[in-house]
Design a protein around this ligand. Structure first.
Ligand SMILES: [Cu+2]
Length: 407
């Protein structure tokens, strides 16, 4: 009985130690990748450390590039040491006692209870240890939550299965884009042939931020719970539909840093990586300029009237980026994912039918809604599906028709 009390305190102390630690993301990813790839193609694969991302056989936390991440690492080590000392002390005393007072030596157990001194000691000592660990941990947790006075505010929205970024305050305000897994990575995954150090971490549009600036990330989600995590920044924040949460980082290094969605969010949870490019202030301004011009050029006027060929060409790109994952490049679908080739909805003379499916989804979101695409993109992808594979409707859907159906 006497051991139990001390045991509880010790357990609590170690629990606190665990709290201070970030999930060992890289380690798991790399070990799994290593095991998987060794299985698939043994010698063909030479994987190296990815700077800013996972390392081969990584055991420790990621090299920190923010104060918070460095503090977390310090806490982790500090608490590990305390746990280790407790472990050695408790087991040392235990094994010593077992050995010293063994039966063959004729040891006789002492009979005493209600020793006030011992009881005070095993209450007070663990209490002091817990306080010792809680003080620095609280300081770091409070700093982690302090998102005030940010230089730049970016909203990160989780989608099944991609990230949307909107620069909502600070330099670059107004910029917005989606970051999707590079299609070549998915092909490698489908083929069971992983390659490259940034396997499943490569995206089309990385998040770009300036170095040494406080960046506040507001997280939310469009469908299910996701989580925005970049281990090198010591950042991990749930993105919850209908809620807004925030976190922040201030990278002290220029470079590429990687993370992944950290909340199981569906079958393609592993295919929504995070790539943050930290650049110098000058490079950031240049990027903002370029991006603004690019977005202005791309901004589609929903009243523009397109011809069929132009819409189909545009739609092919939209389809490859958003639809081919499920409906397959040949439009044949698979299992519960209905084929678009020959689909009665796609072939329907009433164009509104398919516009409605795209805007609202179908079958309780099994087919997701695509409201986040522009009117032109939706019009283009519909026109593409209506005039591809064996579908030859010659129907053209104009952006204005999509706009008219938006609520
Ligand atoms: Cu996710």
């Amino acid at each position: 009985m006497k051991m139990t009390n001390a045991g509880v305190h010790q357990e609590a102390a170690c629990q606190l130690g665990r709290m201070g630690r970030m999930k060992r993301w890289g380690q798991q990813v790399k070990l799994a990748a290593a095991a998987g790839s060794a299985f698939v193609a043994q010698a063909a694969l030479a994987v190296n450390d990815l700077p800013g991302g996972p390392a081969v056989n990584q055991i420790n936390l990621h090299p920190p590039v923010t104060r918070i991440a460095a503090d977390q690492m310090w806490l982790h080590n500090f608490m590990m040491i305390i746990c280790l000392l407790i472990f050695v002390a408790v087991f040392g005393v235990m094994f010593y006692s077992i050995f010293k007072h063994r039966k063959s030596k004729g040891a006789v157990a002492a009979h005493f209870h209600e020793s006030v001194k011992v009881e005070i000691a095993w209450t007070v000592v663990p209490f002091i240890i817990v306080i010792l660990m809680a003080l620095p941990a609280t300081k770091v947790v409070v700093a982690m939550k302090d998102t005030t006075n940010a230089d730049l505010t970016i909203k990160a929205t989780g989608y099944q299965w991609k990230w949307g970024y909107d620069y909502i305050k600070g330099e670059g305000e107004g910029i917005g884009f989606l970051a999707t897994l590079d299609p070549a990575q998915r092909e490698m995954s489908d083929a069971g042939k992983p390659a490259g150090d940034d396997y499943l971490l490569k995206v089309d549009n990385p998040l770009v931020v300036p170095v040494n600036k406080k960046v506040r990330i507001i997280t939310t989600a469009n469908d299910v719970i996701h989580a925005w995590m970049v281990p090198a920044f010591g950042v991990k924040q749930d993105a919850i539909p209908g809620f807004v949460r925030d976190t922040w980082f201030k990278s002290e290094k220029i470079g590429d840093f990687y993370g992944q969605c950290a909340e199981l969010c569906g079958k393609e949870h592993a295919y929504m990586p995070i790539h943050v490019k930290v650049v110098s202030a000058a490079d950031y301004s240049a990027w903002v300029d370029g991006k603004k011009k690019e977005l202005a050029a791309k901004a589609d006027d929903p009243s523009k009237v397109w011809d069929q060929a132009a819409l189909v060409a545009r739609g092919e790109k939209v389809y490859a980026a958003n639809c081919a994952v499920c409906h397959k490049p040949d439009g044949k679908g698979a299992g519960p994912i209905k084929a678009l080739d020959g689909s009665p909805v796609v072939l329907n003379e009433d164009k509104l039918k398919q516009i409605a499916v795209l805007l609202n989804g179908q079958n309780n979101g099994a087919m997701p809604a695509w409201k986040q695409l522009s009117d032109t993109e939706i019009a283009a992808v519909i026109t593409y599906t209506k005039n591809s594979w064996s579908n030859k409707t010659a129907q053209v859907v104009q952006p204005a028709e999509v706009l008219a159906l938006r609520k």
